[in-house]
Ligand binder design. Structure first.
Ligand code: PEP
Ligand code: MG
Length: 316
């Protein structure tokens, strides 16, 4: 069966009715980009940059970050590389960080942390801009809930560019800016985000947690952590549809995207970009190549209209 999957590596990720699907990889450390290329990934859909910051006593310098981001960009050889800005807080903390938030999942995390710590953010943004001279870098902001956070991020990027200009350090002129859709509020009120950003990436791991009020790390309530809850699927569908209308790409980069049992359902929601662990890529591609998107879309839309649970085994 592994040999069959190896043959799949170079086959196009296209449905039976001719819809081309983008399959990208999630990575946590720069070296993993090699596995992404080997699995035939179309790019990096999620580089969780916080892993460069964790498990060490100090912060990585601009140069160190630049080297890490540039190495991924070079490994991917022109394919897009989506680098998420620091997503610290809650389950991901810095060594020696003694702050105890009342509720870390709802606290000063991710983009909130970065905007509150402008030096740390600026250092990362300069490293990202510098890495973008070697290829196509897409900057992805985690945990966005307000439009003013998008505006503040753009301002931070602009001042990072000015500083590099002043220092005479080369950087790429083009970058794209996107946001994670992982807080229900932005999926519900998605229009201004779709309009002002270049792309969106749905983080289902957190979207499920915040929609269902289930701590994603709490084993006592793990049975209630339900990716198939119709409310979760409606938020995903709403986001995909808004992207489709605006002509902006929308990906799913949470665990759902790499679960081959859910591939047809996600195609039925209209998803055309999946990002997952490199090891999951070929199993998902296999599902895609056996799917009829149009039939799936009809079936999934009618279930969602009635907020019915979708029976994965009954999908065409
Ligand atoms: C998510 O929330 O779905 C996601 C992809 O990010 P993380 O798992 O790193 O929070
Ligand atoms: Mg997340």
């Amino acid at each position: 069966e592994r040999a069959e999957l190896a043959l799949l590596r170079d086959a196009p990720a296209m449905t039976l009715d001719g819809i081309a699907i983008k399959l990208e990889a999630n990575i946590e450390l720069p070296d993993e980009a090699v596995a992404a290329v080997e699995a035939g990934a179309d790019g990096i859909g999620l580089f969780r940059s916080e892993f460069l910051f964790m498990g060490r006593p100090d912060l990585p310098t601009e140069e160190e970050q630049y080297q890490a981001y540039a190495s991924v960009v070079k490994t991917m050889g022109g394919r897009p590389v989506t680098i998420r800005t620091l997503d610290l807080g809650s389950d991901k903390t810095l060594d020696g960080d003694v702050t105890v938030a009342t509720n870390p999942a709802l606290g000063l995390r991710a983009i909130r942390y970065c905007l509150a710590n402008p030096e740390i953010f600026a250092t990362q943004l300069r490293a990202l801009l510098r890495a973008s001279q070697h290829g196509h870098v897409r900057i992805l902001i985690p945990m966005i809930s307000h439009m003013h956070e998008v505006r503040a991020t753009r301002q931070a990027i602009e001042s990072a560019r000015r500083e590099l200009d002043e220092r005479g350090v080369p950087y790429g002129r083009d970058y794209s800016l996107g946001a994670m859709v992982e807080i229900p509020a932005i999926a519900i009120a998605i229009e201004p985000f779709v309009e002002s950003l270049d792309f969106l990436s749905i983080g289902t791991n957190d979207l499920i947690q915040y929609t269902l009020a289930i701590d994603r790390g709490d084993t006592d309530v793990a049975d209630l952590y339900d990716p198939m809850h119709p409310a979760v699927l409606r938020l995903i569908a709403h986001t995909i549809n808004a992207g489709e209308r605006a002509g902006k790409p929308v990906a799913v980069c949470g665990e759902m995207a790499g679960d081959a049992r859910m591939t047809k359902m996600l195609l039925g929601l209209g998803l055309t970009e999946f990002s997952m662990h490199p090891q999951q890529l070929l199993d998902v591609k296999k599902e895609i190549r056996q799917a009829h998107t149009n039939a799936l879309r009809v079936k999934v839309a009618s279930a969602l209209n009635r907020a019915e649970r979708i029976d994965l085994a009954a999908l065409p």
